[in-house]
Design a protein. Structure first.
Length: 197
């Protein structure tokens, strides 16, 4: 039996920070459960923002040629996807949002005549939001949750839940909280267990 493929996007511009630490713990859980995971650090790539040109409306292909081009096929091939981001002003980072906006091309692939269509999307495909925030505001994650739900839908994934952690401000805060690292590992294991809904 083939291993479940998890594609994780790290939207943090800070290398080695809380988002990366949480993703590493989640990745460990994925691997313990028998899956494989690729973590893509968005800031290491050159991804232009969507320019709303409408070029993908008729073809499902983005006209911009940059590092996003290689990610489309990875998204399609994945069984699970993780969008990880720190919260900036009640939303995901600009880098993560650039990637999300460029998934419009995938949305158009699903809906175009002759395309795979929405019904061909495997209902077991799930997306997980991993978000960390410095503050404890009651609505601090609301924007990220809404954005990720629509992003996962555009990518062909159902919303599979979230791991939301408050109080992570300094670079090493997550590393000093073993309980949140355990929770991240558990989410990684559970992500593989979602086979149907």
């Amino acid at each position: 039996m083939a291993k479940v493929k998890v594609l994780a996007f790290n939207g943090s511009p800070r290398a080695g920070g809380n988002t990366a630490t949480m993703l590493a713990a989640l990745a460990e859980g994925v691997m313990v459960a028998g899956g494989e995971i690729e973590i893509v650090r968005i800031c290491d790539l050159a991804i232009q923002p969507c320019v709303a040109c409408g070029g993908c409306d008729e073809t499902g292909e983005c006209v911009l040629v940059d590092d996003m081009t290689q990610l489309y096929e990875k998204i399609i091939a994945a069984d699970r996807v993780v969008l990880a981001s720190p919260i900036y002003f009640y939303g995901i980072t600009a880098q993560a949002k650039a990637l999300v906006d460029r998934t419009q091309a995938l949305w158009n692939r699903w809906r175009l005549p002759g395309g795979p269509g929405r019904r061909s999307v495997d209902p077991a495909r799930r997306g997980l939001l991993l978000a960390v925030a410095a503050t404890s505001g009651a609505k601090v994650f609301d924007g990220a949750i809404l954005t990720s739900k629509y992003a996962f839908d555009a990518m062909g994934f159902a919303y599979g839940g979230e791991l939301l952690v408050r109080g992570l401000e300094q670079r090493l805060d997550a590393a000093a909280r073993p309980e949140v690292l355990r929770e991240a590992g558990e989410h990684g294991r559970k992500l593989l267990a979602i086979l149907s809904a």
